[in-house]
Design a protein around this ligand. Structure first.
Ligand SMILES: NC(=O)c1ccc[n+]([C@@H]2O[C@H](COP(=O)([O-])OP(=O)(O)OC[C@H]3O[C@@H](n4cnc5c(N)ncnc54)[C@H](OP(=O)(O)O)[C@@H]3O)[C@@H](O)[C@H]2O)c1
Length: 313
């Protein structure tokens, strides 16, 4: 068997393991949620978000499927309701503060808050082309600032429970701080972002602003940023860093008021984002998000996961 075949075999074995894990039902005494447990999914109209919403619905929760486009979101929710799931829809554009505000108000009035938030909405990396100013701004504004604004707006609405509120941020291994091939070259900056004592929201924002300034003046290539999908990688690096920061902030809460926030990489997935070139179907890619959202004994926060395992930032 050659190297390629062995790699294929390993991948297939891992896929079978994941399928097996997925098929393990949460036993009755482990089900901490009920049909009144509310899970919000951003960007739920397609791709991985649609699947996360679908799987949470299949586990019997009330799912709030959100989408920036009302008609496609309504349609996605309708498909799930027709399948017997408890799914409501509301418009939500994560880069529009007024949309976040009207969604939060509606959520509070209709459901008295939520138990689980899945920050899935995101935009793609630059498949092949240069970092245009417009593309870099959109990617960073959506993936990082949109996610951050959602977290800030939604945290006060998380309902108190003994199982703890759950926030899962859909991120990417491309945003790893210490990835072997795609990391920030500036060692000092990397250490500052890595060290929870020096990590701050201001540092994360400043890092992204510096990059955007360099994209605007055309000098970004000589500053040692990640080489692959630079704007996308930095947006996800920022999501990961913000996850760690928020998890630390939330860790002071007493029992009964806990909120666990983690991020995960879904893998390389067959969705519109990759031009359907990925090697995983969205059904498998959604698995770790659902697992983190529903795990009966979740006690970790501020960690990065892939395929139900903790991985390094
Ligand atoms: N596919 C992969 O291989 C891969 C790998 C690692 C991480 N991820 C992450 O997984 C998440 C889902 O990606 P996907 O692969 O499922 O891609 P997708 O099929 O392109 O779906 C992206 C979703 O995000 C929504 N969205 C984009 N901007 C939004 C905004 N401003 N407000 C609300 N929703 C917005 C899109 O809505 P519209 O339909 O209106 O555009 C769509 O529902 C993303 O965060 C992505 O970065 C994907």
């Amino acid at each position: 068997m050659n190297k390629k075949e062995r790699a294929r075999e390993r991948r297939e074995k891992r896929r079978q393991e994941i399928c097996l894990l997925r098929s393990i039902p949460y036993s009755d005494h482990q089900r901490w949620w009920t049909s009144d447990t509310v899970a919000v999914v951003t960007g739920g109209n397609r791709g991985i978000g649609f699947e996360i919403a679908h799987q949470l619905g299949m586990h019997g929760l009330t799912v709030i499927l959100t989408s920036r486009d009302t008609s496609v979101g309504e349609e996605a929710a309708k498909v799930m309701r027709e399948g017997g799931l408890k799914v409501a829809f509301h418009q939500l554009d994560i880069v529009d503060p007024s949309s976040i505000e009207s969604f939060s108000t509606w959520l509070n009035e209709q459901f008295g808050g939520l138990d689980i938030l899945i920050n899935n909405a995101g935009v793609n990396f630059n498949l092949g082309s240069e970092n245009s100013v417009e593309h870099a701004e959109t990617v960073i504004k959506t993936n990082y600032y949109g996610t951050k604004n959602m977290i800030k707006a939604i945290i006060p609405l998380v309902r108190l429970s003994t199982s703890g509120g759950r926030v899962v941020n859909v991120s990417s291994r491309l945003g790893r701080l210490n990835g072997r091939r795609n990391r920030i070259g500036d060692v000092e900056l990397r250490h500052k972002l890595e060290d929870i004592e020096s990590l701050s929201e201001e540092l994360i924002d400043r890092t992204l602003n510096t990059f955007l300034e360099q994209v605007k003046d055309g000098t970004w290539e000589s500053h040692g940023w990640p080489q692959n999908f630079t704007d996308y990688s930095l947006s996800k690096l920022a999501v990961n860093a913000f996850t760690r920061l928020m998890a630390r902030e939330l860790s002071d809460r007493p029992d009964g008021q806990k909120i666990y926030m983690n991020c995960y990489c879904p893998g390389w997935v067959k969705t519109a984002m990759t031009g359907w070139a990925g090697n995983l179907p969205p059904e498998e890619a959604a698995d770790t998000a659902v697992w983190l959202a529903l795990h009966p004994d979740l006690s970790v926060s501020g960690k990065f996961f892939a395929e139900r395992r903790e991985i390094n930032f």
